[in-house]
Design a protein around this ligand. Sequence first.
Ligand code: GMT
Length: 376
Amino acid sequence: MKIAIVCYPTFGGSGVVATELGLSLSRRGHEVHFVTYKQPVRLETISSHIRFHEVNVPEYPLFHYQPYELALSSKLVNVIKNYGIELLHVHYAIPHAYAGYMAKKMLEEEGISIPMVTTLHGTDITLVGNHPFYKPAVTFSINNSDIVTSVSESLKEDTLKFFDIKKEIEVIPNFIDVSKFQKKIFTDCQRELMAHEDEKIITHISNFRKVKRVDDVVRIFYEIQKKVKARLMMVGEGPQRETAEQLVRELGIRDRVLFLGQSNEIDKILCFSDLFLLPSETESFGLAALEAMVHSVPVISSNTGGLPEVNIDNYSGFLHDVGDVEGMAKSAVSILQDPSILLKFKKQAGEAAVKFDINNIVPMYEELYQKALIKA
Ligand code: GMT
């Protein structure tokens, strides 16, 4: 099948999922064309089965806001025509589903019919899309997609609650290539560069937006390090980084906390981590938690959104109410304090990740694509 994928090319989860999906589809014999404004971060190889088409938005002084949707829909029309694309898969409703719909309509004028699959990822529904400025456009784009998927049951429920949806929403969870990680033996983990042997390593990875509650991460760690010798690795960049750094200073734990910035070495960082913290306000899925689990790192998270579908309470880690810093710290200590309990949770975290193996999930998309092609 010839498939065009539209996504955000940045470090965000939706872009990562879209890229990994495209790579996997190409390995399964499909031809995949990524259409976005920059080469996606995890798209390292371009081959005859993987192409990248950059959407350019020329700066024009008349425009206060440069019209990205217009450029994207025009680019889609050209790519679909030039490469004989059979199916369009857009990740994130805003503005991708909207631009995709426009491309579909333009192509219809030329007698070309192309099905569009829209995958909802979370913030396009729970935070941004729900805003009155965008709501009519998001509702319209979802209702006019041929097939709609969401990455968790929880996100499906939220979408039906917040929008007037007339379409069936299929749940296809996010995924991970278990064999890539669990069989990989890291010879260069270099744990000793990050912490002493008797110290535990606690990690948080995110884009440091408000929704991630990075201050809670720092406060949870502050409580943990009173009981267990530990270090905190803060990985990522974003608007809350400075306030978190300030809090670290105020709490007097600067020598225990490392802000590593954005990293392409997530595997290496998770390879030496003992525990992962994700106390988010909301999380449609929590891909970062799954990435930790596949590296056998137990997760302490909030029990919000799709997180309970990924992190299994008292098995792969623990779940607590949003903002329950004390509870999260207590659970963390209970795992870290006893080596045999830590070992048990590490093993269980790895086991819980297997359910989301790429080989179980990607065929679900292929099946939907077939359905969409028959419908079109
Ligand atoms: O969480 C973010 O800040 C990034 C965001 C995105 O749009 O890429 O992630 C969303 O999609 C991911 C992939 O499906 C999910 O794993 C994240 O839980 C979801 N984020 C939120 O719902 C806050």
